[in-house]
Ligand binder design. Structure first.
Ligand code: ITT
Length: 206
């Protein structure tokens, strides 16, 4: 596949999370690569995330969606690792504290668990693994992005999604929910993983 063909097929963003689509679409826009969603392609599946690592789950997702869509597909498995919680919630980030909690409830659940932990021990990181499958006979490729920070005592900011309001990024000292989409994408785990993907794409496309 070459870039002209890729621009024709587009890339399927294999996720049911609209916030991930929003962030990844914005990052891919300058490259004129059309982004497709499962919904737009009429694909309705829920992949069981049985893996123990972000890589395993990203692979499960990309392969499941690619086998149906048969166009270049990228999947994202991501989460928050809190050191004081032995790197939980990790791969369980989306369902931590219970499947049906809202983002806000999930954040309070986590804050409650570490309410007695001192500031200097509240270190945490967001991790994102992107898995990309370009064609049937090509192996899945992986790209990983990590951003360090710490867990606040209370949520701060209104932007973003998930754990963004309780995660203070190490350099800006702002919570991810206090950053604009563009600012978050420049430094986030997802932004970093996607940048690696874009650097590699030129080598993948023949
Ligand atoms: P798909 O599996 O359909 O992609 P999902 O939301 O279930 O959607 P994951 O299994 O990868 O995706 O879980 C990732 C969770 O980690 C996500 O639901 C958030 O709770 C959290 N998370 C990941 N990236 C985040 C970010 O940039 N900001 C805040 N929270 C994030």
């Amino acid at each position: 596949m070459n870039i002209i063909e890729l621009r024709q097929t587009g890339i399927l963003i294999a996720t049911n999370n609209p916030h991930k689509v929003y962030e990844l679409r914005q990052l891919l826009e300058p490259y004129a690569i059309p982004v497709k969603t499962p919904e737009e392609l009429g694909i309705k599946i829920n992949v069981k995330e049985t893996g123990k690592t972000f890589e395993e789950n990203a692979k499960l997702k990309v392969e499941a969606y690619y086998s149906i869509a048969k166009i270049p597909t990228i999947a994202d498995d991501s989460g928050l690792e809190v050191d004081a919680l032995n790197k939980e919630p990790g791969v369980f980030s989306a369902r931590y504290g219970g499947e049906h909690l809202t983002d806000e409830e999930r954040n309070f659940y986590l804050l409650e668990k570490i309410k007695h932990i001192a500031d200097y021990l509240r270190t945490a990181r967001f991790v994102c693994v992107l898995a990309f499958k370009v064609a049937h006979n090509e192996p899945v490729k992986f790209y990983k992005g990590i951003v360090e920070g710490k867990i606040l005592y209370q949520p701060r900011g209104k932007n973003g999604f998930g754990y963004d309001p309780i995660f203070e990024e190490i350099r800006t000292k702002k919570s991810f929910a206090e950053l604009s989409l563009e600012e978050k994408n420049q430094i986030s785990h997802r932004g970093k993983a996607l940048q690696q993907f874009l650097n590699d794409l030129i080598l993948i496309l023949k």
